[in-house]
Design a binder for this molecule. Structure first.
Ligand code: AKG
Length: 283
């Protein structure tokens, strides 16, 4: 079957000028139900006595360990920083303690794989000009009630660099995302200023090659969306999310896509896969 782009000119124009685009009702309530129920099962099966890896964007260097590196080709569980008491025990059930699950749900789990490689997704990647796109990582993000951690301002191209940069984030709301429960925020148009810094993996672990600039919070706009909406995020767009101090979670499924035609994957990215990911399509 031929590949036809499914973004209209107005949508493309918005994406090109603002650096993001919201596709409302992208996923049906059945899609959402399937993904959420599957995650419930994965969490039930997860033995949290065997891992206590934390995910933190404020303390990324210290919390990046072998468990994190190996997660590139696994389904791995990362806890919220505030999930533990002083004795190192979970303060609440594991279901309310996990920050995210990643980074190969799309490659390993049949339910997540089916959604991730669906024609809905490939259609707009085609509109965005991808020639041989691969999903390079996936994350189920919980933003847990009360303890859901902040995600500091960043650009996705910093973490998943190709030369030239080709990363796009696809962020699917599995619950309504609001200012109250920690929705995404972005600086519209910031993708036009290019990539600020890179997250490098070397023999000593990981580090950023430059310090983070200081951002003026007044420049960010909130991206409040209903469950089922997909937010397409340009790889150079500065975006963030705040802590969730509300009593409602804010689940999301996030995919990151890069091209593998016409660009080169950087060997010093944190992800080093033994098995190259399959393209979603080849143009
Ligand atoms: O879900 C969030 O709060 C942030 C996600 C994000 O920044 C990303 O997927 O690139």
């Amino acid at each position: 079957m031929g590949i036809v782009g499914n973004l209209n000119p107005d949508q493309l124009q918005f994406f090109n000028s603002q650096g993001y685009l919201v596709l409302e009702s992208f996923a049906s309530s059945e899609d959402i139900d399937l993904l959420r129920k599957r995650m419930d099962q994965l969490l039930d099966e997860f033995d949290c006595s065997k891992s206590s890896s934390i995910f933190s964007t404020t303390n990324q260097q210290q919390s990046t360990d072998e468990y994190f590196f190996e997660s590139a080709e696994k389904i791995s569980f990362f806890f919220e920083e505030k999930a533990f008491d002083e004795g190192g025990n979970l303060k609440q059930p594991k279901q309310l303690s996990v920050n995210k699950v990643g980074h190969d749900l799309h490659g390993i789990d049949p339910v997540f794989k089916k959604f991730s490689s669906s024609e809905k997704v490939s259609g707009f990647l085609c509109s965005l000009g991808y020639r041989r796109p691969v999903i390079i990582q996936s994350m189920y993000i919980f933003k847990q009630p009360g303890i859901g951690g902040v995600v500091v301002p960043h650009q996705d191209n910093s973490f998943l660099y190709t030369d030239p940069p080709t990363c796009t984030g696809l962020w699917l709301a599995l619950e309504d995302a609001t200012i109250i429960n920690g929705c995404l925020w972005a600086i519209p148009g910031s993708h036009k200023d290019g990539l600020v810094r890179r997250f490098i993996r070397d023999e000593n672990g990981v580090h950023f090659d430059k310090p983070s600039p200081t951002y003026d919070q007044k420049d960010f706009v909130s991206i409040e969306v209903k469950a089922g909406s997909l937010v397409i995020i340009h790889g150079d767009l500065i975006h963030q999310s705040f802590e969730n101090s509300s009593s409602n979670s804010r689940h999301a499924y996030s995919l990151h896509v890069v091209d593998t035609d016409g660009c080169k994957w950087a060997e010093d990215n944190w992800i080093r896969r033994k098995v190259a990911p399959e393209p979603i399509y080849v143009r």
